[in-house]
Design a protein around this ligand. Structure first.
Ligand SMILES: C[S@@+](CC[C@H](N)C(=O)[O-])C[C@H]1O[C@@H](n2cnc3c(N)ncnc32)[C@H](O)[C@@H]1O
Length: 288
């Protein structure tokens, strides 16, 4: 397959010019079986979003397990991740709920309490309204209205940052933001004169604007490339030293982030042929 051109990519994202620096191993098949074949402690960062068990139509995967079967399965794939993760590695696990199933994204980290340490909880904000002073409120992001007498619009998901021991340093300023009040730069010694502070754990990352859903985002539940990008930047490692894994590849948004950041090695698994092909086409690589 020829290297991808930017027409296969999402608006606003361009892969580096070929040949890509990242080595891609995109596997067709079950991630639990696949991860068993990877060497122990070989992965620096996992950025992933498993199926949420909300009955989404994924094509191949049946997204309607009982709650206990889903949590057992979650534990199994996370144990697979734990085995391949380095001692200073990070798992960023994105999950959301629904108005009628609000507990699930909270039960998942609870089920993992004895397996990994929850080092940070990040709120992925998809849409928000900012009111500042007397100015008109500004609404930004993708807002899909629901008509309900009971529920608020759900404008966020979780990204749980798990590590093995809870002591992994993060490069907060790698995804930092400028100070709104510049007098803080001189006031706080730790800034060392730099106009940059921690972004905090509420990340506003809207979906990329697309023209045609079936062509530009042929998958029912994706995360933006930028979300994965932030996670990888946060670990603060030189990209040429990073091995990244997404056990639930989908159409490959984490893989696109890996290509853009030029991480050395990216490994992905996907059980659905259609999604795997879309990811491979985007990156101009052949599936394994
Ligand atoms: C929430 S989606 C991931 C979407 C991805 N983050 C993206 O932005 O394209 C979860 C994906 O996991 C895949 N999947 C489900 N069970 C799997 C398994 N056991 N091994 C590998 N992939 C699986 C589904 O087919 C689905 O595409």
């Amino acid at each position: 397959m020829p290297p991808s051109d930017s027409s296969n990519l999402l608006p606003g994202f361009e892969l580096p010019k070929p040949p890509l620096k990242t080595r891609f191993d995109l596997h067709r098949g079950d991630c639990i079986a696949g991860m068993e074949r990877l060497p122990a402690e070989s992965v620096n960062v996992v950025v992933t979003s498993p199926p949420y068990n909300l009955g989404i139509d994924y094509g191949t995967y049946q997204d309607d397990l009982s709650e206990s079967a889903y949590l057992d399965w979650t534990l199994r794939w996370v144990e697979g991740v734990k085995r391949v993760l380095r001692a200073d590695g990070s798992l960023f696990l994105n999950i959301g709920g629904s108005a009628k199933q609000p507990w699930l994204p909270l039960l998942v980290p609870l089920a993992l309490r004895d397996t990994l340490v929850l080092q940070n909880t990040i709120h992925w904000i998809k849409s928000i309204t900012i009111e500042s002073g007397d100015a008109e409120p500004v609404s930004v992001g993708h807002f899909k209205p629901i008509n309900s007498k009971r529920y608020l619009n759900d404008c966020h998901e979780y990204v749980y940052h798990f590590t093995k021991y809870g002591d992994v340093p993060v490069d907060r300023l790698a995804i930092g933001v400028p100070y709104a009040d510049k007098s803080n730069i001189a006031r706080w010694q730790h800034t060392a004169g730099r106009d940059r502070r921690c972004r905090g754990n509420a990340w506003f990352v809207p979906y990329e604007t697309i023209k045609e859903r079936s062509k530009d985002r042929p998958h029912p539940a994706t995360f933006p490339v930028k979300l994965a990008d932030y996670c990888v930047r946060l670990i603060g490692k030189a990209p040429e030293e990073v091995t990244m894994l997404d056990p639930f590849l989908g159409i490959g948004h984490a893989a696109v982030a890996a290509a853009e950041l030029e991480v050395a090695h990216f490994i992905g698994y996907e059980i659905d042929d259609v999604y795997l092909s879309a990811a491979c086409e985007r990156l101009g690589v052949k599936p394994i």
